[in-house]
Ligand binder design. Structure first.
Ligand SMILES: N[C@@H](CCC(=O)N[C@@H](CS)C(=O)NCC(=O)O)C(=O)O
Length: 169
């Protein structure tokens, strides 16, 4: 069985948990704190980040949430989380939404850690820069949400774009 190194507050790990559930793939959930010295992430991911999906052999692993989702879609096509291969524009649009949501999360993380610094070392322009990305990303997402035809951001069933976008659900 797969093991997912995850952290409950991680939006990146959340994407993978939902994708695994939607595809009915059983997995062991291994919750870790990625900043803690006990984390197993460096054993599997040279970037030392979670989520990490450890495969059945216990040695090989897939990491980086967008890559894990791509890997799952290729290896476990049912239940599909992207429009069919002939719907190129819809597939690319779903991935574009994922890119923007991940970027918003990345900017929030950078702003958070800058705010954790001592006030005299903190860069307000840097925080402002990150928060502009958050606002810009949320604005784009809001516009895409308004344009959607039915219940889902892309197509007529739950997919990658919805899974990646916790803030709209
Ligand atoms: N782009 C990565 C981001 C993953 C990420 O930043 N994970 C955080 C936890 S939410 C982490 O493990 N950080 C540890 C570190 O940066 O060293 C992905 O989508 O998987």
């Amino acid at each position: 069985m797969f093991t997912l190194i995850s952290a409950t507050p991680s939006p990146y790990a959340r994407k993978v948990r939902i994708a695994l559930a939607e595809k009915h793939i059983p997995f062991n959930l291994q919750n870790e704190v990625p900043w803690d010295g006990t984390t197993k992430t460096p054993q599997y991911n040279p970037l030392e980040k979670l989520p990490v999906l450890i495969l059945e052999d216990g040695k090989s692993a897939v990491y980086e949430s967008s890559y894990i989702l791509e890997w799952l879609e290729a290896k476990y096509p049912e239940t599909p989380l992207l429009p069919s291969i002939d719907q190129v524009d819809a597939r690319l649009f779903a991935k574009r939404i994922e890119v923007v949501v991940d970027g918003v999360c990345d900017a929030l993380v950078l702003a958070f850690f800058e705010k954790m610094r001592e006030p005299e070392k903190r860069s307000q322009p840097w925080i402002d820069r990150q928060m502009r990305k958050v606002e810009g990303g949320l604005k784009a997402l809001g516009e895409w949400a308004e344009q959607k035809q039915g219940d889902y951001l892309v197509g007529d069933q739950l997919g990658l774009a919805d899974i990646a976008t916790p803030i709209l659900h």
